[in-house]
Design a protein around this ligand. Sequence first.
Ligand SMILES: O=CC(=O)O
Length: 315
Amino acid sequence: MESIGVLLMCPMYSYLEQELQSRFNLFKLWQQPPSKITEFLKSNQRTIKAVVSNARVGVDAQLIDSLPNLEIVASFSVGFDKIDLKRCEEKGIRVTNTPDVLTDDVADLGIALILAVLRKICPCDGFVRSGKWKDGDFGLSTKFSSKPVGIVGLGRIGSAIAKRAQAFGCSISYHSRTQKPLKPYKYYDNIVDLAKNCSILVVACSLTDETRHIVNREVIDALGPRGILINVGRGAHVDEPELVSALLEGRLAGAGLDVYEDEPEVPEPLLRLDNVVLLPHVGSDTVETCNAMADLVLANLEAHFNSRPLPTPVI
Ligand SMILES: O=CC(=O)O
């Protein structure tokens, strides 16, 4: 394996980097000066047979075209919306991701965001630290248990969020492309109707052309001034300027966001709102899960180069 060239797109979890380094001929793209990247790719194009990407960086058609011996793209992420799947398919390049191992963490964080927004965890923490508690009580927040929760996308992560929210006594409904006959939750074929009928809307679907900006002004207005929006999917699921104006105008009660349209940029007005909880895209970032994701990336590469079936193929 030491002779197989693997191109790592950006700095990643150190354990993964070390293991790739010890098993393959590892190239680190970000260590090349931008003006030298074309030359670097040209001089190593014969050796590089695999690319390791992640949710933030992906792999575009230009890079794929510049690596004629590329056989596999292994993403250190469950989402593959930044990988040009069409180009990979055209060229017979395999693509893998890291599903299942991160489901619990992302679902846990979804629930944490709901609780943080409704129970005002961050402002409460600030209240204690600033010493304001000595001047009086904090005030009231909003109950989570038994609230109606609407989930956009009832895949692995959406289902795990549903299960957790059920344990809080919440009624669960969902919107997805097709109804899931085995799921005991109310289905809406229209996201606006889902938003009208819940007070917590959680986005947990994958990003596709159909789900880009699926949460638009109409959906936000259907959720209404007592509703909150939670996004653990992708920033581009939400029309961000519409979300910002709804929050500023009081047309939405709050939001808990782990993802943004233009990461790491976060719309500036959100930084001043205390009914919004902002996380830096850390849904799966626990030691346990990152170890498991790294092992899955390595297992996919090893399987591919030993002509075994891929553990978690996308294509
Ligand atoms: O966003 C994170 C992932 O896709 O794994």
